[in-house]
Design a protein. Sequence first.
Length: 208
Amino acid sequence: MKYRSSVSGGLTVGIVSLLSIGCVATTKTVDRKIAEAQVRTDQKIESMAGQVEDLQVQQKETAARVEEIGKGAEEALARAREAGVLAKGTILFQQSFAEDRVRFKVNSYELTSDAKVALDAFGQRVKALDKGVYMEIQGHTDDTGGTEHNDQLGQQRAEAVRRFLSRQHKLPLGRMSTISYGDTLPVETNRTAKGRAKNRRVVVVVLE
């Protein structure tokens, strides 16, 4: 009986020891998984914070671009008033031809076939107003050239549009003025090819 008791006691101690070891191992595994989960959570939080910051920067840039675009229309109105060519001093509409396929290649002011189609539609729209209007044609560039070069290129782009509207749609030259903003009013970042392409554009402000 004593022998059996001794054996039974040994088995009990062994089982308890194994269970203790298992518990320790399980605890370490759980702790490790918790730590790994915490790291992943921290990474997600950092990523989300970065995305929010990027979004805030984009919103600020968009607001600045909208402000600059509006500034161009208001300046056109002020120049027209100074020139004494307006009766009412009203901005009828503003159209950016970067959005209507009137885009230019780098260092070019030549109108493409797509550009001419878009300008044809614009010319018809102006004539459909059936009233005397004044137009300021604003030329824009990306920032790949120097200031003097971009100012000249923007002017050439505006003049190309003015000539086309006069020759093809008989819009009076005396009611169309041109100005170059060069690279000073970008609508997109100049850090990408896509952004630079959108910045090479012409904007027409139609005034009554």
